[in-house]
Design a binder for this molecule. Sequence first.
Ligand code: FES
Length: 248
Amino acid sequence: MSVKVNIRRQESADKEPYWQSFKYSGERHVSVATMIDAINRDIAASVDSGERPVEWECSCEQGLCGACAMVVNDRPGLSCQMFCDELLQEQPEISIQALSKFPVVRDLVVDRSEMFEAMKEMKLWLEAPAKVRPAHLPLQYEVSQCLMCGSCLEACPNYSLGETFTGMPAAMSALNLTLLSENKAYKKQYTKRVYEGCSKSLACQEVCPMDIPIVEAVSKMNRISVWSLWNLLGKREQPALMAGVEAE
Ligand code: FES
């Protein structure tokens, strides 16, 4: 198989991005990650071209680390889990670019620091021994699979750098910690930094490479943080966003 691959490149954070086309020749059922490797091998083989290899990140190539997240054919996801033969069913060429919600470091490498800094500001860690409740374990298992790859933030219409809204990586962690402890701080942080900024587009669930049941997790967290607080304040009318949601 031979296919045209268009990659959006950027030499450094302060340089203008540009598109460059490559030709991939090889097996059809390969991941995008494998294909980028092959393109880089071709670049390395033509030493006289002066071309620099395409920079990208990966660690596991098994869908476990989240490092290789990028936008392929306009959809965010893990490049090691997106396959050329499937992509070519949608369109005859493949386009690859870095996640746009984070600053580009080089080519397909982005700086996700703000996502991690926001989680640090929210103090998303246990400060007392965990209380494991078997009934909560299935959902905790699901949300703890979050790779913090940033694919959900790329798809989210509400997330942008420098804003209060942190998106779903922090929300999944806040829910996990809330289910493991009595600490109300996680609920407060969730209300301020997730609930108040989420417009429920649910694009996050659509693109999550781990298929985390984000809608179920978020409605659970809303029940145990926002709606219970609403009740506590003695508010009679349920806010529109919480329509149909029972307090826990
Ligand atoms: S390289 Fe680890 S998820 Fe793709």
